[in-house]
Ligand binder design. Structure first.
Ligand code: 5GP
Length: 337
């Protein structure tokens, strides 16, 4: 597709956005400029634009493979991506797995604390106000930038992306501490993951050494900023080759397949109208001795993990988050090999 030479329609802190001949497609140019603390600190990170354009490309492709729709179309040069035009929802969607950055500052928690469960939080994408933290009510009723349905969809996609990223990065020796996503709506009304996916908006720590391999090296003057970005590019490329080639990831030798059976039933003190109706019908057929009938569901699947206890932990988490409603349902997990 010919690229229209033009003035940017938007200049961000690290990217310029240009129109193309196709009104639905934009060109994102990744610069080397770096900012931190709401642009109070400014600098350059050599070749950051190239690193971030390529890492974003590979991670957007990973998302698409995992049914997470993104604005990515293709990479057209070492610093340029073609992306779908979207109306950006002015929210910074932040996921945290390990305490760092503003969470530690706000709550006085020690950096490195593993959070009980991933946290999704929203900030208002507004530099003048310093990207303030938002509540759902602020978003829906005060800013009116998203409704309940859109926030639910964003939260579900973000948590799914988090699990996918955690798995992908673990295979290349990286812990995903936290990251910030932005979403937009395209011309057909579809919600798409937008912006970029890079060490600028993720915190990455080396699994073995906890070395920081992201923009915190620039924010905190830790030195070897360029080296950290290059290291991340090298590892992401390595991880992507593994996915593309279908080879086993590095630590696959220890991965086993477990069969899972989850039984979900309404809690004993919860009214179960379906169960009651069947009990009544059985009674009318003469089976009057049937009591306390409950109707539930059984879910079966396979899961690949390193151990049975890891499988149990993951499945329990799935039950609590999706497969059962712990307020009204009990669940029982059986894991076999
Ligand atoms: P924190 O709120 O701890 O400063 O940031 C949490 C995560 O979101 C970090 O991975 C950080 O890089 C990312 N993040 C937060 N705000 C911004 C922002 O304005 N721009 C970018 N690129 N990333 C951000």
């Amino acid at each position: 597709m010919p690229v229209a030479p033009s003035k940017p329609i938007y200049t961000g802190k690290a990217k310029d956005i240009f129109e193309t001949d196709d009104p639905n497609i934009l060109r994102a140019y990744f610069r080397d400029s770096a900012t931190a603390f709401n642009a109070q600190k400014k600098g350059e990170i050599q070749d950051k634009g190239k690193v971030n354009a390529t890492i974003s490309t590979l991670l957007f492709q990973l998302c698409e493979k995992n049914n997470i729709k993104t604005h990515f179309v293709k990479q057209i040069s070492d610093r340029e991506l073609l992306v779908k035009r979207v109306k950006i929802i002015p929210l910074e969607v932040i996921v945290r797995n390990i305490a760092a950055g503003s969470l530690c500052k706000r709550l006085g928690i020690k950096e490195g604390k593993i959070l009980k469960s991933p946290i999704v939080e929203f900030s208002y994408k507004n530099d003048e106000l310093g990207d303030p933290l938002l509540t759902r009510a602020y978003i829906i009723n005060a800013l009116e930038v998203a409704d309940d349905e859109v926030l639910d969809a964003i939260t579900e996609l973000t948590l799914r992306a988090n699990e996918m990223f955690k798995d992908f990065f673990l295979n290349i020796g990286i812990k995903v501490v936290d990251f910030k996503l932005e979403y937009g709506i395209d011309s057909s009304g579809t919600l798409l993951l937008a912006d970029e996916l890079s060490p600028d908006n993720f915190r990455f720590w080396d699994v073995k050494t906890n070395e920081k391999l992201d923009k915190d090296r620039f924010r905190q003057d830790l030195g070897n900023v360029e080296g950290a970005y290059q290291e991340m590019l090298k590892r992401v490329k390595e991880g992507s080759h593994v996915i593309a080639s279908g080879l086993s990831p590095r630590n696959d030798a220890n991965i086993k397949s477990f069969s899972v059976r989850v039984q979900v039933l309404p809690k004993s003190d919860i009214l179960d109208p379906q169960g009651q109706a069947v009990e009544k019908a059985l009674s009318s057929l003469g089976y009057k001795t049937v009591k306390d009938l409950k109707i539930g569901k059984e879910i079966v699947f396979k899961i690949n993990t390193g151990s049975k206890s890891e499988a149990e932990k993951k499945v329990k988490e799935m039950c609590e988050r999706l497969l059962a409603n712990p307020v009204i349902e009990d669940f029982k997990i059986e894991i076999g090999q």
